[in-house]
Design a protein around this ligand. Sequence first.
Ligand code: HEC
Length: 159
Amino acid sequence: MPRDRPEPPPFEPEWLERSLNRYLAWGLVFMVLLLVGFVAYRVREPGLRRSATRAQTTSYTDIGHQTFSASCSQCHGKDASGGGSAPTLNSSQFLKSTTDAQIFSLVAGGVSGTEMPAWSLDYGGTFTDEQVRQVVTYLRSLEPRAPSVPGWRQSDKAK
Ligand code: HEC
């Protein structure tokens, strides 16, 4: 009976191969977790952004309202409703025809040659850009329920 040829020793010992396979398997698991994580992030992100924007708008509106009551209402009327010496800002005609950027520069830079002061620190006022933006957000928040006040330039009140 011919003698069996001796088995050549395995190229890698068995324990090493098992160990490598374990590393490969865990590598796959982590790759899948990472991919799933990216997808989950992608799905959640727009919602998170929307609610962050909503929360910021709400808090800007509140703070802007306080700032307006403290600094603007003596001329522009309580809640921007006119009746003072300055234009009525809670007016659909004013708000519809004016962009946020325009309101921002009117408030920041004032209207020279009139009683309307410049509010931004950049123009010698006391407000940071953030505070001006808060006031703009407050005024913009009035738009959906703003009454028609065609005589807003004459500080008319809504009828
Ligand atoms: C001392 C009075 C006074 C105060 C205080 C004041 N304003 Fe005015 N504001 C005016 C007058 C007067 C005008 C009109 C200027 C003109 O003739 O174009 C005006 C104009 C404006 C306009 C442009 C309106 C338009 O029809 O062109 C905006 C917006 C405005 N003010 C926002 C504010 C805000 C916001 C504050 C507070 C941070 C403020 N104002 C504080 C007197 C004032």
